[in-house]
Ligand binder design. Sequence first.
Ligand code: SAM
Ligand code: ASE
Length: 358
Amino acid sequence: MLGRPRCPTFHREERDKRDVHNQDGHALLFVCRIKKVIFSACELGIFDLLTAPPCALTAQQVAVSCNASVGGTERLLDALVGMELLHVETQEDGTALYSNSEVASMYLAKGGAKSLHHVAIYRSQTGYQLWNNLADAVREGKNQYQKAFGIPPEEVFQAIYRSDKDMLKFMSLMNSCWVLDGHDVVMAFSLAGFRDIVDLGGCTGALAREMTKAYPSSSVTVFDMPAVVEMARKYFLQADDTFAFQSGDFFHDELPVADLYVLARIIHDWSEDKCVNLLKRICDVCRPGGGVLLVEATLLESRRGPVHTQLLSLNMLLQTEGRERPASQYAGLLRRSGFRDVQVCRTGKTYDAILALK
Ligand code: SAM
Ligand code: ASE
């Protein structure tokens, strides 16, 4: 009887039972390993390698190009096949040729049309260490820079920009999000009536670029910290960009006079008091008839979703002084700071838009 296949029905039933009892529970705990497999493949440059011709390579060839062990590479590639991020074809002589799936080419390769490569790199190297301390963050109610990186938690952006390399990685992360949502965000309201637009904390200028494309007769200025502006000019500016840069500290320096102030993912970084202080400073210099556009991932009013935004809010706990909020709380902050006529536009993407007038 040895080796005889068991009754197929029995076999299937047994497997189904195992799926219910093991996999559902286990799947929850698998997620962090799956994530690390993807991150490591991004860090090793595997998806980039399998995008460039000849596109299909053996584990040995991948290992040589990535300067990695053959045994480790083969196991990583097989796991990526199991996760359907890579395809594999076995040749007649038994060698396996690995290639990117469409999803891998589009989202995970550096040059992909909707590349999230920099998001993966940031999460792998900074996010992962912070998320490792989530239980402590919940206990203490504050960010985890001290434990994760030995940096005091008080100056959030000194911690985020702890070295030039880390600054570049954070800026690349910020930059890549607007490839996906930028157009929807700038089209959420018609902004054509605002002549001078300042993107406060505008980082690399990715959203400013979308604004200049959508509103060519407005003039757009990116305002950010001096070191960020320097880095943006050096690494992110494109030859045909028409927006300007101005450096300064939006909490302490004089703000430029303008018709519209854009604050994308700024309010969610800070405590309520700092937000009101910043919004009041903006209201003071804003031209009559002008306004402010907040761009944030809004929570439902009940705070029962979207789950992606609930996770972003935990990320803000781990990394900043802020939180994600429902639209009504942004409206409250705006009204307390002197703005009125608050309008909310849910884009259906990750980031929504809130417009208020002076
Ligand atoms: N608005 C960009 C976006 O959505 O991609 C970047 C958002 S990022 C979370 C916050 C930005 O605020 C960073 O570019 C940071 O350098 C800038 N920032 C933080 N504190 C600042 C300050 N005191 N003055 C000016 N900019 C500041
Ligand atoms: C901040 C945004 C982020 C401050 C720190 C941050 C993000 C990661 N760390 O304002 C971006 C998170 N968003 C997405 C879509 O990943």
